[in-house]
Each structure stands twice: as C-alpha cells, then as structure tokens.
Design a protein around this ligand. Structure first.
Ligand code: AMP
Length: 281
C-alpha cells in the first residue's frame, strides 16, 4: 500500500489508473478506523480494480464548539488496517495542503442540508460537500463509497454529484453495528461505560418505531413522539438533538409515514453526539 500526503501526487496516481482503463473506488474517511469503515474498504476491494482511501479530519465541517481538536486519531493503526483490507493507496493530506492560503471556494447544496444534522450543525454540509468535491476531483474514481449511517451526507453527495455532472457512481453501504446494535462510530470511544451500556437503545428505539408502523401507526408525529418518549425513558442521560421521520430521498419531514419513511435521530450523550437511522419499511 502506498501512502501519499501530497494532493497532486495522489491525483497523478489515481488519474493514471483511469488512463490505464482500470476501475477504481474511493473511500473517504476521517480515520480512527473501525469495522464500519473496513466494510466500505471490503466492498471497494471486491468491486473495483484499484482502491483508494483517504483519511482527513476535515476542519471545515466542524463548528466552532465541536470536537475537531479532540477528534480521535491513530494514523499508524489506520494504515495497518487499510493495508490489511487491501487498500492500494492511502491519502493522508495535511489541512494546509487541502486548503492552501487563499482558498476561497465552497460547494453548497441547498434544501437537503437544512434539516436534521444541518439544522444543529450550520455549515457542516458545506464543509462536507466541498471536501468531497475536492477528493472526487483528485481521485476521479469510478465509484465513491459512503455509509448509510450518515444518510443525509449520502443524500447531499448524491445531489452534488448529479448537479455538477461529476462522472462518478455513488455507492451507499449499510450501517455496520456492534453486536449489541450500536452503530459503529469513531466517536463511540467518548462514551462513558454507563452511556456505552445505554447506547444500544438508540437502535432499539428505531426498531420499536418500525414495529409501531408495522402495527398500523402511520402518523409521523405519533411515531416521533413515541420514539422521543422511549429515549427519555431508556437513555435519561442523552438529550435528543432531533427525532425525525422524513422521506428517505428528499429528507422532507413527513406527516403520513405510510409510504417510504426514514426515522433519523441524533442524541447528545454527555461525551458524544451519536446519530443513527432506520428505514421503517
Ligand atoms: P467518518 O470517518 O465517520 O467520516 O466516516 C467515513 C465513512 O464511513 C462515511 O461514509 C460514513 O458514513 C462511513 N461509516 C461510518 N460509520 C459507519 C458504520 N457504522 N457503518 C457503515 N459505514 C460507516
């Protein structure tokens, strides 16, 4: 596995794959790799001739009071895991190389970014869209791979790629979970042992919502109220940021959840803000 820190060098290696007619997959990450990330690498390895991964804790997607400075990092451990998973090129740029003096461009996707995480993290998706646009233009992969855990992020990236005619297929992969159901996240290490023990209720609540719908509850308001009450009871230490029932593609809030519906939640635990989601059908 080749490790590259210089964006232009990364671009020249990835573009040479295109020149040779090879298919490639890019997996962008912020590192501190866990089995969820590895599941994306494994998909990429099985579906493309060349695999590139990036690890970049992108400063522009963090708000002023967020956890940029304490975001967990383990570049050496990550490199070993990426090598093991069959990554061909690991891109590890420095912030100054991605955003040199005078950097002035922002990619902003309207509408889709307004609700859910966008409401409590203003500017977050501009940071995401801008860095992903850069990574796609550097790597020009056949396919870029993202996790459905960040459902809104995936929707934003799909829209950006469509709107800007970026010639890349976007692959969204299922949420990879701990054996107790907690969605894997680099931020799970911030949870106290007590909160870690309660955190599986995030998914249990979502599954309960799916069961309520199956039993005939189709009012989105009723589903979100029930789920909010479930969390209050089961995870008293967590404060919901949002509990939302939305259309899976437009992310528009639903009134009637009898058709396609996504339940998406974010909860502030004392140590970390966790997100999760589940299609109710
Ligand atoms: P991150 O390093 O958290 O920015 O995540 C990098 C990529 O991995 C994103 O596309 C995430 O959606 C994806 N990802 C993170 N956690 C999981 C998970 N538990 N299962 C599947 N994909 C994930």
């Amino acid at each position: 596995m080749q490790i590259i820190t210089d964006p232009k060098e990364f671009q020249s290696v990835c573009w040479s794959w295109r020149g040779q007619g090879l298919t490639s997959a890019l997996v962008p990450t912020m590192g501190f790799l866990h089995a969820g990330h590895i599941s994306l690498f494994t998909w990429a390895r099985a579906n493309a001739e060349k695999v590139a991964a990036s690890i970049f804790v992108n400063p522009t997607q963090f708000g002023p009071n967020e956890d940029l400075d304490r975001y967990p990092r383990d570049p050496e451990g990550d490199a070993a895991k990426a090598r093991e998973a069959g990554v061909d090129v690991l891109f590890l740029p420095e912030p100054g190389a991605m955003y040199p003096e005078g950097f002035a461009t922002t990619v902003s996707v309207a509408g889709l970014t307004e609700g859910l995480c966008g409401a409590s993290r203003p500017g977050h998706f501009d940071g995401v869209a801008t860095v992903v646009a850069k990574l796609l233009l550097l790597a020009m992969p056949t396919t870029a791979v993202f996790g459905q855990k960040d459902w809104q992020q995936l929707a934003v990236i799909r829209r950006m790629v469509r709107d800007l005619d970026i010639p890349v297929a976007i692959e969204g992969r299922p949420i990879f979970r701990e054996s107790d159901g907690l969605a894997m996240s680099s931020r799970n290490v911030y949870l106290s042992p007590q909160d870690r023990a309660l955190a599986p209720h995030v998914q249990k609540g979502l599954q309960a919502a799916r069961a309520w719908k199956a039993q005939g509850v189709t009012s989105a308001r009723e589903l979100t109220q029930r789920l909010t009450a479930y969390y209050k009871d089961a995870i008293p230490t967590a404060r919901p940021d949002y509990v939302a029932c939305v259309h899976p593609e437009t992310l528009a809030p639903l009134e009637d959840a009898s058709g396609p519906a996504l339940m998406a939640v974010a909860l502030f635990f004392p140590g970390a803000r966790l997100i999760d989601n589940l299609l109710l059908d």
